[in-house]
Design a protein around this ligand. Structure first.
Ligand code: NAP
Length: 311
């Protein structure tokens, strides 16, 4: 237990990320009081049952009353509604932050709703799983993971420091990026890989009708790993693709060109080209393991520990 960083923290959206933050805050004693809110009555009831917060409120406005730190943890396209609902109820001097997987669009939606005297620090923890909902959360989710913070007009130095301290106390490392750069980096490291997984599992599902369940029966690790990613929350990912349209389309263009080059290498039996690429990609995996972002242990797709999938 450390000294509380905040008197009162309000967490809006109690799904995987919101509930993990709530659990990490309570475990670490990072706030005197944690107040939760979710628009879904069943989620609120579950949050109370799991004791995610000291209090669970029925409205975002009530939840932020008197809060020093407000964490918006809803699907990115719902951020604007939440910001509008809380705008007139924020305490002067409060800090608003978010965890959305896309930054430019969230800043565009939320910033106009932040009143004078309140700071806003857009954030994105690079940690998650393919699960969603309040029962999926666990307090260790952010340990050893990166959290990217971005600056906007309302990110005061003090608020940046407070949000940095908050994530560090939950075990995360901080990187600071421009929102546009964040969106481009995440498009290639997270968003396009998810799109590829959704696509390949979709294609195989269509094939399955032809091959009568052979796709499921003989799913080897490659396909099985794609199905894990493609099991990620449909609403969250719909919102990510619609909100990060420009960066995703740009990266998809690059991806398509490279895929065409691979197609050509196979057609012309260009073994050296294939081998050269596969050797380079193996090296990237080694670097990721060395950077502590993955373990080298084969897990054959199960069971998954903390934070191995992130939006
Ligand atoms: P989640 O488990 O689906 O939880 C989101 C929760 O927000 C749900 O309970 C949802 O209720 C609720 N919600 C939706 N609209 C709301 C509103 N207007 N007001 C209040 N609550 C609302 O999703 P998550 O994985 O925690 O993701 C939350 C955010 O974190 C997203 O912006 C996502 O991009 C970001 N993020 C996710 C990951 C990841 O890997 N999962 C990683 C990093 C960042 P309903 O179920 O009724 O819609």
């Amino acid at each position: 237990m450390t000294e509380p960083l905040f008197n009162r923290i309000a967490i809006l959206g109690l799904g995987l990320i919101g509930s993990s933050i709530a659990l990490a805050v309570r475990r670490g004693g990072l706030a005197e009081t944690v107040v939760g809110y979710d628009k879904d009555a069943q989620v609120r009831a579950k949050a109370e049952e799991l004791a995610l917060a000291d209090r669970v409120r029925k409205s975002a406005a009530a939840a932020v009353e008197g809060a020093d730190l407000i964490v918006i943890a809803v699907p990115v396209r719902a951020s604007a509604d939440v910001a509008r609902e809380i705008s007139e109820h924020l305490k002067p001097g409060a800090v608003v932050t978010d965890v959305g997987s896309v930054k430019s669009s969230v800043i565009c939606d939320v910033l106009p709703e932040i009143p004078d005297g309140v700071a806003f620090v857009p954030g994105h923890p690079i940690a998650g799983t393919e699960q969603s909902g309040p029962e999926a959360g666990f307090p260790e989710l952010f340990e050893g993971r990166w959290c990217i913070l971005t600056r906007c007009e309302k990110s005061t130095d003090r608020a940046m420091e407070q949000v940095t301290a908050f994530w560090r106390a939950m075990g995360a490392d901080i990187d600071i990026m421009d929102p546009e750069h964040h969106d481009l980096v995440l498009a290639i490291t997270s968003h396009v890989p998810h799109l590829i997984a959704y696509n390949i599992v979709g294609t195989a599902a269509d094939l399955e009708k032809v091959t009568e369940s052979e796709v499921v029966k003989f799913s080897a690790s490659g396909f099985r790993d794609f199905t894990r990613i493609a099991a990620s929350d449909p609403i969250m990912w719909r919102d990510i693709f619609l909100s990060n349209k420009g960066a995703v389309l740009e990266m998809l263009g690059r991806f398509s060109e490279d895929l065409a080059a691979l197609q050509r290498a196979i057609r012309w039996e260009d073994g050296p080209a294939l081998q050269e690429l596969f050797t380079r990609t193996r090296e990237i995996r080694r670097e990721i393991i060395e950077a502590g972002q993955e373990t080298a242990a084969p897990d054959f797709g199960r069971p998954h520990g903390s934070g191995d999938e992130a939006g």
